[in-house]
Write a protein that binds this ligand. Structure first.
Ligand SMILES: Nc1nc2c(ncn2[C@@H]2O[C@H](COP(=O)(O)OP(=O)(O)O)[C@@H](O)[C@H]2O)c(=O)[nH]1
Ligand SMILES: [Mg+2]
Length: 487
């Protein structure tokens, strides 16, 4: 376990080559160190041009130094940024030089001291971890920094900036304050039982908790959206051969990523493509059509393709199941769909969603037949479905809208969504659960203030878990270890 106060050093710019590269050092006191590498003293937040020379006098690089005096820095400690030329070797040489300098000795009060004892290379995320422990940012903001760097769509980037600016934290803290107030009110009555709680007080507590449940529900749906923004949706296109799966894949991707032919079994391997839909990252996977028709000979390659398709279905979050309308009156076709969908239902992730797409509407002369099949499907599977034709741009657009709808993305919330993680969703769900339990005690059980107060305490913990005030060391370690080095 590394010490949390050791000075740390790392390359903070992106790996690879660039015009400029940045080495960053953070530590409690960097003044003595700076004196060794800069001929003159550095002022807080002022830049200085320096020729960095190795101990043998060899020029390492011409650099710019920027000093941020703690606590007014990213980590809350002293920070020195060394901006050199952006090559991996030269930046590594700067690091090696700093590590060497840190071991040199200087005299102070007739004692010989190391310039910067314990300077070491930083672990991933260690600068941000320090910022968190020094109360410069809370955990939500620290995570937002990492998410901002990783954002794969503009919407995700906006959502991360919003979290980083503290908007998400503010909502959590406001809810926490409300709950604390209700709990204090309850505890006062527990501590002084002679002041018996009256009808009016109970009504007030109930009202407070109900309004907190309402706030939590809104927060929950916002968080779900934030999660979509960050993690995207693993989407598998499935169905029997020739239904138009690859055509749908190509239309959604706006390019020919999958081969489309009228020959059954054209798609054998899985085809993956990442795209964004309304700002949501979608990992789209086209698969081999599932062939149950025993009379058709399936070759070994197609068989492997179908096995791969099943593996993707099992982990998918959205399954787009494509029906071929032109076969909607063929009994064996329909029975095969029933059998495949039953198997999908048995194997899929519990939280996944199935979207039924009825394709090739352009080939149907009789609208009545389409309506009939749609009604049949919706009744049998108890779901909503969408009729499309991949040959028609308008219906592909409807498909896009439908996908966003079934994954739970509400367009209007796109404007003020915060980026979120599964752990936030879990904690907010916990908050709602304990608030409901508190109401349950109030309404249906013998009035027990201690039990209600206990539920509210659990709510407080769950909220504090989100901002990092009440988060275990292990979890914190895990969160920061996923950051990039130098951040
Ligand atoms: N007319 C028409 N043909 C389609 C439509 N969608 C797909 N097809 C055709 O159906 C055949 C099979 O399509 P494909 O996308 O390869 O199906 P997959 O086997 O499910 O991937 C190809 O000849 C496509 O051109 C559609 O909406 N209308
Ligand atoms: Mg295909």
């Amino acid at each position: 376990m590394h010490n949390r106060t050791d000075p740390i050093i790392a390359i903070s710019s992106a790996p690879g080559k660039g015009a400029v590269g940045i080495v960053r050092i953070s530590g409690g006191q960097l003044k003595a160190f700076i004196r060794c590498i800069s001929p003159t003293l550095l002022e807080d937040r002022k830049v200085k041009f320096v020729k960095l020379k190795d101990t043998d006098g060899q020029l390492i690089d011409e650099v710019i130094l920027i000093y941020f005096c703690g606590p007014h820095s990213y980590t809350g400690e002293d920070i020195l940024e060394i901006q050199g030329h952006g090559g991996p070797i030269v930046l590594q040489r700067i690091i090696n030089y700093c590590l060497k300098i840190s071991k040199t000795l200087y005299k102070s009060h007739n004692k010989e001291l190391e310039v910067l004892p314990y300077l070491r290379v930083a672990r991933p995320g260690e600068f941000s971890e320090r910022a968190f422990y020094n109360n410069k940012i809370d955990l939500l903001q620290a995570e937002a920094i990492s998410d901002l760097i990783d954002a794969s769509t503009e919407q995700a980037s906006l959502g991360a900036s919003r979290s980083l600016s503290g908007e998400f934290s503010k909502e959590i803290k406001k809810l926490l304050e409300e709950i604390t107030r209700t709990r204090v009110f309850l505890e006062a009555h527990i501590d002084f039982p002679e002041e018996e709680i009256g009808e009016i007080e109970i009504f007030k507590i109930k009202q407070n908790i109900n309004s907190q449940i309402e706030i939590t529900s809104k927060l929950l749906s916002k968080t779900r959206n934030g999660l979509l923004l960050r993690d995207g949706v693993n989407t598998v296109i499935s169905g029997q051969p020739n239904a138009g799966k690859s055509s749908i894949m190509n239309e959604l991707c706006n390019e020919e990523v999958s081969i489309v032919t009228s020959i059954e079994g054209t798609t054998r391997d899985i085809v993956k493509q990442s795209l964004q839909m309304g700002g949501i990252p979608l990992n789209l996977i086209d698969t081999a059509g599932i062939n149950l028709n025993q009379s058709v000979e399936i070759d070994l390659v197609e068989k492997i393709g179908i096995e791969k398709a099943w593996k993707e279905i099992i982990v998918a979050e959205l399954i787009i199941f494509v029906h071929d309308l032109t076969k909607s009156t063929i009994e064996t076709y329909k029975n095969n769909n029933i059998e495949i969908l039953k198997k999908i239902d048995d194997h899929r992730n519990k939280n996944s969603v199935i979207l039924h797409i009825l394709n090739k509407s352009d080939l149907m002369e009789n609208q009545g037949k389409i309506d009939e099949y749609k009604a049949e499907i919706e009744k049998y599977y108890d779901v909503d479905s969408l009729v499309i034709s991949t040959k028609n741009k308008e219906s592909v657009e409807q498909l896009r809208e439908k996908i966003l709808k079934v994954i739970g993305w509400s367009q209007d919330s796109g404007e003020n969504v915060y980026i979120a993680r599964t752990r936030h969703l879990d904690s907010i769900s916990k908050v709602k659960h304990h608030l409901m339990a508190a109401i349950d005690i109030l309404e249906y059980q013998i009035l027990n203030l201690e039990l209600i107060a206990e539920e509210l305490r659990l709510v407080q913990n769950a909220l504090a878990e989100i901002t990092g005030e009440f988060t275990t060391e292990d979890l914190l370690g895990e969160i920061f270890s996923k950051f990039c080095i130098g951040k």
